[in-house]
Design a protein around this ligand. Structure first.
Ligand code: ZN
Length: 418
């Protein structure tokens, strides 16, 4: 009897919500489908909920890699199935928890004082909000705070607007990060770039030109509830935190009201690509969309920053067909990735979303282009290509920010002249 109580206690203790999820012995495998048959079989396999697979990178098409996180409990079964399907898998990450702990330890070691914000560190939502308050206080003439809406759990989604001179006559440029909460490099890169735009404004002519060309709306953390959750409960959380039956969260990048929930999205509330019960079901997505629509008059640029894969992509996501503006849009991508590569040699691919990563419907860039009519709409996948995945060490933040800023300067320069 005592043993039984002890077992129940241990079970409750193990699953108590205060506990932070651990990923000891979880690994990430990379597989590459070599035929359409293998590709379909792989997609089928990834839907098998019994294996508790967490897909880090979805299989887009034949000869493109897919990255799959698997627990030690199901490792053998998955490997056996993959072998039966004719796959040869590569072990990308041996122990996910080890990388999580390493990222945590290194991040704690990055020095920061109350006076000096260190952009080379990953920051909590509270710290990001403090930063927003501080930079807008420090640059009162050219910055202001904008508030989008309240999240499902009641947090305020906030960003900064940078607008110099008489902002009225300028086009807008909206950049957002952290729509998928575990992609930490995205908010960190946005903070760095915004910091540079402000700190170097008076001394650096290229920055000044870029800043002066647009009214900039910078939203570093879109999915605030999810982001908070990645810090406190589960480092691997991707979706929002709304409740749907037995499962939690909607993929906020499958919830936009443009060709919603067709290919490349799931109707299963437990899926990481769950499109939601209806388009714009998520208050965060609806809030940002409303905000963009309200300010879309004259808005010319939009970028949604993700990680990982090193890709610079334009619409469409819902179909492999190309939109009429594709040539102009892709030229912007090309200029961006060329400028980016010049800094440290980091290689990015570019093209339309569906042809570069995978078909995904209900995504942000399709809506900003298709519905809000922002011609230069992009989805970007930042560093890396899979060595660390979402668990990129903090020493890569400033390099990522530095190269991405160059890409942004090149793109802004192109967009303003087109
Ligand atoms: Zn993402």
């Amino acid at each position: 009897m005592i043993l039984k109580f002890l077992a129940i206690f241990l079970l409750l203790w193990k699953t108590s919500p205060a506990e932070k999820a651990r990923f000891d012995g979880f690994s990430v495998l990379r597989v590459i489908p070599k035929s359409e048959k293998q590709h379909l079989a792989l997609k089928q396999l990834l839907r098998n909920s019994q294996l508790e697979i967490d897909v880090w990178r979805f299989p887009g098409f034949v000869s493109q890699s897919a990255d799959i996180q698997i627990s030690p409990k199901h490792f053998f079964k998955l490997n056996q199935t993959l072998t039966e399907l004719g796959f040869r898998s590569e072990l990308l990450i041996r122990d996910v928890q080890k990388l999580i702990s390493e990222q945590e330890r290194k991040n704690k070691g990055v020095k920061e004082t109350a006076e000096v914000f260190n952009y080379g560190k990953y920051h909590t939502l509270d710290e990001v909000n403090n930063w927003i308050d501080n930079v807008t206080k420090f640059h009162p003439n050219i910055t202001s705070v904008f508030e989008v809406t309240k999240s499902y759990e009641g947090r305020t989604i906030r960003g900064i607007k940078i607008s110099t001179g008489d902002g009225k006559s300028k086009p807008g440029f909206f950049i957002e990060g952290g729509i998928h909460s575990r992609e930490w490099i995205s908010p960190a890169t946005l903070l760095f770039m915004a910091g540079q735009m402000l700190d170097r404004y008076t001394a650096d002519l290229r920055i000044k030109q870029m800043v002066d060309s647009f009214n900039w709306f910078i939203l570093p953390v879109f999915n605030v509830d999810g982001y908070e959750y990645t810090w406190s409960k589960n480092r691997n959380w991707r979706k929002t935190r709304s409740k749907h039956g037995l499962c939690v969260g909607v993929d906020p990048n499958r919830n936009w009201d443009y060709d919603w929930c067709k290919e490349g999205a799931s109707k299963d509330p437990c899926s990481d690509m769950y499109c939601g019960p209806n388009a714009f079901s998520e208050v965060e997505v609806k809030g940002v969309a409303d905000f963009i629509m309200k300010n879309s008059k004259g808005m010319k640029g939009f970028i949604d920053f993700h990680s990982f894969a090193q890709l610079w992509m334009s619409p469409w996501g819902y179909t492999t067909k190309l939109p009429p503006d594709f040539k102009d849009q892709d030229k912007g991508s090309q200029l961006a990735v060329e400028a980016l590569e010049k800094v440290y040699g980091t290689k990015y691919k570019h093209g339309s979303i569906a042809n570069t990563i995978y078909v995904a419907s209900g995504s942000s860039a399709d809506w900003t282009y298709g519905a809000a009519k922002i011609k230069y709409s992009y989805g970007v996948e930042l560093r890396d290509t899979g060595k660390y995945g979402f668990l990129l060490p903090p020493e890569e933040i400033i390099p990522s920010g530095t190269e991405t800023l160059e890409a942004l300067i090149a793109l802004a320069n192109y967009v303003v002249n087109n």
